[in-house]
Design a protein around this ligand. Structure first.
Ligand SMILES: [Zn+2]
Length: 421
């Protein structure tokens, strides 16, 4: 299995050993619960679904049956949902000391399955094959939702009190921006406190070693270059926007030299400036294109501001405009400055490292990534959240799967954290 299993030889079982062996006994039940959750597709109304209310009912039932108290449903108004709201659940499992809460937050919503022909089976009738559960949502985010719930259930069935309160947060709307999910919860609840540990198991790597603590700023730009259309045989009567844009795109590559700093916390350690999407211009070969549109995806280390990058880009576009007698229009398609990072020494990072070491026999590493995670919303609200899970990252793909051993191992990691001093 590769994860710690108990009982091992000799001696009375420790609390951790008892909890781990209890979690192991839930294996089949956890698989069944995954299949049950998968059958209730919680797709956001914005993506053509009904939202999370039906899934929330099953989860609320689980929480009530397994010793969780102060179960609170925070309802975000949403007129596009059949029930007019999106549910966000916060529940506590009481520990010996309530001065801090150890939270695990997962999201209930899933993305649509995409093209069904690409699936080997029905994405909403999860199936088990070769140690994996297949189905939409089984990894993102049910693997760790189920893991966190059964970690709590293990305490309940063992009659064990953790040192601190355990907080289970099951939120809506993660896949379409979190506005009706954790974003709303953070501004309508005082459940989270500065001293709390907040684990968000919605990003990770295959080894279970990546503890995500920081992110780069994100900048998506649209470059529209306007020249003058002409017949292919008389280019002198037009202005070739495609040529100008091609010089522009190579010139933009110099951003790598203008913003060259490296930060080993991040993977990759540099800021990136990549031309990506290209819109088609003229449909035929014998026309000089009058308009050209391409896009750039930039992930910028937090030490640089988005504004200084845009300023540098503006200098470049002005130069190209003069040189080629075109007009270049810059549009910010998306702009998200990096949230303040969680410190690599934060208690939540240390707790995760301890647990990863004991359960997976690996060294966890605090890492910054280029993509945004939902933990950034906590960080903007001044909470030190960390993203961690052992994942194959099949999220959003056809034939999404959850490795059953990852679900079991992650449950043990959460339980380990709950038992830490
Ligand atoms: Zn997710």
């Amino acid at each position: 299995m590769g994860t710690l299993s108990f009982p091992q030889k000799g001696g009375p079982m420790t609390e951790l050993e008892k909890i781990i062996s209890r979690i192991d006994s839930f294996r089949d039940e956890m698989i069944d619960f995954q299949i049950q959750l998968c059958a209730i597709p919680a797709i956001a109304p914005a993506s053509g679904g009904e939202g999370e209310v039906k899934k929330a009912e099953i989860l609320l039932d689980f929480l009530k049956k397994n010793g969780l108290s102060s179960i609170d449903v925070i309802k975000t108004p949403d007129l596009d949902a059949p029930t007019d709201y999106r549910p966000n659940i916060l529940a506590l499992y009481k520990g010996k000391d309530s001065s801090k809460t150890i939270w695990v937050m997962t999201h209930m919503d899933i993305v649509p399955p995409g093209e069904l022909a690409q699936w080997k089976g029905d994405p909403f009738k999860a199936w088990v094959e070769g140690g994996k559960i297949y189905g939409r949502g089984v990894e993102d985010n049910q693997q760790d939702m189920v893991a966190s719930l059964y970690a709590v259930k293990a305490f309940h069935e063992e009659g064990l009190k953790p040192n601190y309160d355990i907080g289970i947060a099951l939120v809506a709307d993660e896949e379409t921006g979190s506005e009706k999910g954790i974003d709303y919860v953070l501004s309508h609840s005082h459940a989270f406190r500065k001293q709390d540990l907040i684990v968000v198991p919605d990003a990770g790597n295959e080894e279970g070693t990546m503890i995500e603590v920081a992110e780069k700023s994100l900048l998506w730009l649209k470059f529209r270059t306007e020249g003058k259309q002409a017949h292919g045989s008389t280019p002198e009567k037009g202005i070739n926007s495609f040529r100008a844009a091609s010089f522009l795109v190579t010139e933009l590559n110099k951003l790598y030299n203008t913003f060259p700093d490296k930060d080993p916390l991040f993977d990759p350690p540099i800021s990136t400036f990549e031309p990506t999407k290209k819109e088609s211009n003229v449909p035929n070969i014998n026309t000089i294109p009058g308009e050209d549109v391409f896009y750039m995806d930039s992930r910028i280390l937090p030490r640089y501001t988005i504004e200084e990058v845009i300023k540098s880009i503006n200098t470049t576009t002005t130069k190209i405009e003069k040189e080629f007698k075109v007009k270049i229009f810059l549009e910010e398609t998306q702009k998200a400055p990096a949230a303040p990072p969680t410190s690599a020494d934060a208690p939540v990072v240390q707790a995760l490292k301890n647990a990863i070491k004991d359960i997976y026999k690996k060294d966890g590493k605090a890492t910054g990534i280029g993509g945004g995670t939902v933990a950034a919303l906590f960080r903007r609200a001044n909470f030190e959240a960390a993203c961690w899970a052992k994942l194959d990252e099949t999220a959003h793909q056809p034939n999404e799967y959850c490795i059953i051993d990852n679900m079991m191992g992650d449950a043990k990691v959460f339980a380990h954290i709950f038992l830490q001093e």
